[in-house]
Write a new protein. Structure first.
Length: 586
């Protein structure tokens, strides 16, 4: 029996095709088209089989007729003949070699042609035996750089979660911001766009005095290796294997640099196309006039920008928020004046998912309420685990009703300051049953249902479990719907369109869990839910006071999903929220 390929498996095939074509020296347009398709398919919210069945594959950004045909081949036969042919021409191990800092397709091919190197261990042995230094374009320093890159790859193990990368970037920004001469500073790249995982960090500084800033940067205590140091750009490797690049730009060119080093490759390609239509080429520093053949007119003045707003205005568009810069419809929306007014952290009035010492939290009901009040929340819901979560000290029906007395008392004591409501995070059990009876749920202010067990069950089974919870009139929110943990656990294999259809019919809300290990729902799913009119809730799932400060990660995820304040129930005032839950049967 043929095993159906998942979206991610098909996406990885296209990414591999792109790498092989680049290795073979194919045109940039060709290999980038496959890479774009692979990146889009990694996050496409619907099963590709469904899109193929209703002939909407070519509606997916980056998927044209040729790539759609290859997707159908993968779905029907489990392979793509074009890819199978490419694999006979280039060993896939060379793709891994290209991931090493300083090794591009030309060097990878050189190592293969001259020394037969096709795997990382092969490269390691050759470098340690001093066999690389005598190759054309190499040398002792280049060889050592490859050994350093292999060590970095071993430490880093790939991209790191945003929850690891952002605190590191914030610390570097704070340290450099205190230096004399720093006018502005931003962590750009995929971090600024809010991607779930980060490959490396790009720090931009606006200053007219770059040298002292460069010196301080390379001397940071967490730096284990200086990869390069110049007057306006330096690169270092940190002790966790993360590469950080610093660029110092005059303030007059700040806008172009910030736009260039924030936007995804595909977004920037589109920006360059718009610039060419106006007779310019765009790089990280300025717009340069070009002649009819597309060549830069060297003696013509360049156009620089002090802000991102100016650069977008120059090509006839409003400024596109960083989180949307993926070439996934943002240009069309900007041109039609339909860019969303994205939600901000200041819009949030409530946190509807948190735990106390009654289950696996570290603070009492009163302490959690006080911590939420300090952070400006107007109301919260205490939602400790239900009894099936034995490891989390889940509450039996009797303990849950006993807890309700304490919640009501704290609510009375804090009257006029913050509303404290009583709810539960109820398990959807592995057999499909809900963990608490309806007569108990009916006594609660708010009910979350979540998948914690059986996440590897077959699609039909795990989907049906979620549908059972959604169709229960007492359930108000599905918590972290796919159950993923970044980077350790893949999401459950849900039929997400059936989940969305059921949520739309019931009027239930779906959660963006702001914990950076979850960030669940993922941004493409958020966008799809919003398109269908499904309410979204952004919660911290706090087990301690400082967990509440993770809210910003959830806001970033919501913004990547094109969410506005009106789409998110946490932005409602208390009266509007209570009217909504009461309408649901409370």
């Amino acid at each position: 029996m043929l095993m159906a390929l998942t979206n991610r498996q098909i996406a990885q095939i296209f990414l591999n095709i792109a790498d092989i074509l680049e290795l073979q020296g194919e045109s940039k347009f060709r290999f980038l088209s496959y890479r774009r398709a692979g990146e889009v398919l990694q996050e496409y919210p619907r099963p590709l089989a469904d899109a193929a069945a209703d002939n909407t594959l070519e509606d997916i950004p980056g998927v044209g007729e040729a790539i759609a045909a290859k997707i159908r081949q993968a779905l029907e036969t489990g392979e793509i003949p074009f890819y199978e042919k490419l694999k006979t021409q280039v060993p896939l191990g060379l793709v891994d070699i290209m991931n090493i800092n300083g090794v591009g397709p030309k060097k990878a091919k050189l190592f293969w042609d001259q020394l037969g190197i096709i795997t990382l261990p092969d490269l390691q042995k050759a470098a340690e035996a001093s066999k690389l230094r005598d190759l054309a374009g190499m040398g002792v320093k280049s060889e050592q750089k490859i050994l350093d890159g292999l060590a970095t790859l071993a430490r880093q193990g790939g991209r790191i979660p945003i929850g690891t990368a952002r605190p590191i970037a914030d610390a570097i920004v704070r340290r450099l911001q205190a230096l004399e001469g720093v006018e502005d500073i931003v962590a750009a790249g995929s971090l600024r766009r809010g991607r779930n995982t980060i490959g490396d960090l790009d720090i931009l500084v606006a200053s007219e005095s770059p040298l002292p800033i460069m010196d301080a940067f390379v001397k940071m205590p967490e730096v284990v290796r200086i990869l390069g140091q110049g007057d306006t750009k330096s690169s270092v490797e940190l002790d966790i294997g993360l590469q950080v690049d610093l660029r110092v730009i005059p303030h007059a060119r700040w806008g172009a640099a910030l736009q260039y080093f924030t936007g995804s490759k595909d977004h920037n390609i589109k920006m360059r196309e718009l610039a060419l239509k106006k007779g310019y080429t765009l790089n990280e520093y300025a717009f340069s006039p070009v002649d009819q053949a597309g060549n830069i007119i060297e003696d013509a003045p360049k156009v620089t920008f002090a802000s991102e707003e100016e650069i977008y205005q120059f090509v006839g568009l409003p400024c596109i928020p960083p989180e949307l810069r993926e070439n996934d419809g943002e240009f069309e929306a900007a041109r039609a004046h339909r860019l969303p007014t994205l939600i901000t952290i200041d819009d949030i009035k409530a946190d509807l998912h948190m735990h106390t010492t009654w289950s696996d939290g570290s603070l009492s009901v009163r302490q959690m309420a006080e911590a939420a009040l300090q952070r400006g929340r107007k109301f919260i819901v205490i939602t400790d685990h239900s009894q099936a979560s034995v490891i989390a000290n889940g509450l039996t029906p009797e303990r849950l009703l006993e807890q309700q007395k304490e919640v009501r008392r704290v609510n009375d004591e804090m009257s006029g300051k913050i509303y404290v409501l009583h709810g539960v995070e109820m398990d959807i059990k592995a057999d499909g049953d809900l963990d608490l009876p309806d007569e108990i749920l009916a006594q609660l202010d708010f009910v979350i249902a979540s998948l914690h067990f059986g996440l590897t069950q077959p699609r039909e089974q795990v989907t049906q479990r979620l549908l059972t919870a959604i169709q229960n009139p007492h359930v108000d929110l599905i918590g972290h719907p796919t159950g993923r943990l970044i980077p350790d656990r893949d999401p459950a294999d849900l039929d997400i369109e059936r989940v969305f259809a059921a949520a739309k019919a019931s009027g239930i809300a779906l959660e963006i869990n702001a914990n950076p290990r979850r960030l669940d729902l993922d941004a493409p799913y958020v966008r799809r839910a919003i398109e269908l009119g499904i309410p979204i809730s952004i919660n911290t799932d706090s087990h301690a006071a400082d967990n509440m400060d993770l809210l910003s990660y959830g806001i970033t995820q919501a913004r990547r999903g094109w969410a506005e304040a009106k789409n998110v129930i946490n932005t409602w005032d208390y009266q509007t929220f209570m009217a909504w839950v009461q309408k649901r049967g409370k």
